[in-house]
Design a binder for this molecule. Sequence first.
Ligand SMILES: Nc1ncnc2c1ncn2[C@@H]1O[C@H](COP(=O)(O)OP(=O)(O)OP(=O)(O)O)[C@@H](O)[C@H]1O
Length: 338
Amino acid sequence: MSLSQDHSAQDHLLEVSDLRTEFRRSDGERLTVVDGISFTVEPGKALAIVGESGSGKSVTVRSLLGLLPRTGRVTGGTAQFQGKDLLALKQRDLRKIRGRDIGMVFQNAMEAMNPTLTVERQLTEHLLWHGICGKADARKRAVQALGDVGIPEPERRVRMYPFQMSGGMRQRAMIAMAMITRPALLIADEPTTAVDVTIQRQLLDLLAGLKDQGTGVIMITHDLGVARYFCDDVMVMYAGRVMERASTLDLLDRPRHPYSIGLLGSSIEVGGRDLPLIPIPGSPPDLARRPKGCPFNPRCTQAEQPRCSEEQELIKVESGSAGSVDHGAACWKAAALV
Ligand SMILES: Nc1ncnc2c1ncn2[C@@H]1O[C@H](COP(=O)(O)OP(=O)(O)OP(=O)(O)O)[C@@H](O)[C@H]1O
């Protein structure tokens, strides 16, 4: 059964097909860390990417943005965005898209912002470099952008350096930087992990405003509560592969892949107060010794050989309800697991 990624007949904002990324280790060995993943993002919708540490979430988005370290390399796939394949663009052309059509928010604003420049300089340079407006207008828009993300006294604070702001305020300023160009796509890598819960909610509400204006969002998160609150769809990654993909409600309420079932069972948000948390036994595979077939099979309590040591396609286990993606899982037993 084929897996439809459509929300409807609309064009996808981003369509990633068979993305592969590898790293070269210091001993010269090449490790495949993103292993042929495909997904789509729609305008005005948010896709959560979840999975244990090291599953390839950050490398996936960095591959799309051309922000891999020197040892990393995209070795295959396409990423269609506004009529262009991001993976085929030269760095020079990608720089024009990054920060203008694709906004970025990372976990640690202190690392993402330039500590030697005022927030105003960083916000206005963004607009000027991309030729979006002139100097006087850029200044007005910078103050406005800080106000929009709920920073009080934006005229005064815009002249601050990042280190003069609190962590929550810096994170908001980074969101202001990402939003100021009104990007078509926003990529957010753990944007609320480093802030406390009340600020987290405010930041998500800000991002929701952007989504309401039609921006598509990719949100990497460890927090399934964040996915439930903010994201329309969820994609579960493990060892560089997509294990499961569905609308957020379908996936969190009725996970089908044994890995997702384990991940949810070990999560406080989904486990709930009265249910015991059961960690998944074992640990993710060493990518230099990737298991054959399903990469989760050595840890899987449902595994049956030899089937689980054969390649597993993402198969459709259920049709998405009106307007939502089909529920797909990369497990031959998934249709029977609820
Ligand atoms: N610069 C690098 N050099 C070599 N390997 C790397 C590098 N960056 C990431 N990796 C490897 O790529 C794999 C995927 O890493 P990635 O950071 O994408 O995981 P992640 O799912 O985002 O994890 P986390 O939730 O901890 O951020 C891991 O095995 C990691 O060790």
